[in-house]
Design a binder for this molecule. Structure first.
Ligand SMILES: O=C[C@H](O)[C@H](O)[C@H](O)COP(=O)(O)O
Length: 226
């Protein structure tokens, strides 16, 4: 599994802290990445101890982890509401996030946005005063060149994400490609989010504007909740 940023212990503390918010009877969105994985395993232990919880995975990876943890799974079409979602971030500034380092941000955004409460799990290396991390943009394969041109017009530098262990680009769980778009410091996340969303061929971008209800920041010693 891709792992970024802080220590394993910090990620574990963040994930396990957020998992404590899961209550009996809840439908829970299961995020993607090395930090959310700790939350999934902790939820699995709660299920093993008798908790009645249903999970909605946000990616192939989180589905696999949830299966291994024996968390009963459901999907968006089958539930009236999602009580809680727990997910990682590549960078956070207050309640704004950049996600998609694992190319899962399209499904993550749908699930995290639909949840009544969205808890972010991260280590301190993910915090920034202003967002400045490249924004992952999932694009239809046929639109990668035209989207890249439009991103340049918005002042961004698009870079087609290459796979690490195969020749060629990363292909998302949805069969699309990812452009990592560097904009430097993002002064107006909301404006940029709207501009990116309006480009034809963009499936979803990794700016999650104002979405976090709580951020659980794990350290080697414990966790801070904001
Ligand atoms: O596409 C992947 C997700 O947005 C992850 O939640 C994000 O990349 C953070 O992952 P990690 O906790 O491994 O740093």
């Amino acid at each position: 599994m891709k792992s970024t940023g802080g220590s394993g212990e910090a990620k574990r503390n963040a994930g396990e802290s957020a998992a404590e918010a899961v209550e009996d009877g809840m439908v829970v969105g299961l995020g993607t990445g090395s930090t959310a994985a700790h939350a999934i395993r902790a939820i699995g232990r709660a299920v093993d101890a008798g908790a009645d919880v249903q999970g909605i995975p946000t990616s192939f990876q989180s589905r696999q982890l949830a299966r291994e943890a024996e968390i009963p799974l459901t999907d968006l079409d089958s539930v009236a509401e999602i009580d809680l979602a727990i997910d990682g971030a590549d960078q956070f500034a207050g309640e704004h996030l950049i996600k998609g380092g694992g190319a899962a941000h399209a499904r993550e955004k749908v699930v995290d946005n639909a949840a009544n409460r969205f808890l972010v799990v991260a280590d301190p290396s993910k915090e920034s005063e202003r967002l400045n991390h490249p924004v992952p943009v999932e694009v239809l394969p046929s639109a990668r060149t035209t989207v890249a041109e439009d991103v340049r017009e918005l002042g961004g530098e698009p870079d087609l994400r290459e796979a690490e262990r195969k020749d060629g680009p990363v292909v998302t769980d949805n069969g699309n490609l990812v452009l990592d778009c560097a904009f430097g410091e993002i002064r107006s996340p909301g404006e940029l989010a709207s501009s990116l969303a309006s480009i034809p061929g963009v499936v979803e971008h990794g700016l999650f504007v104002g979405m976090a209800d709580e951020v659980h920041i794990g350290t080697d010693e414990g966790v801070e909740i904001r």
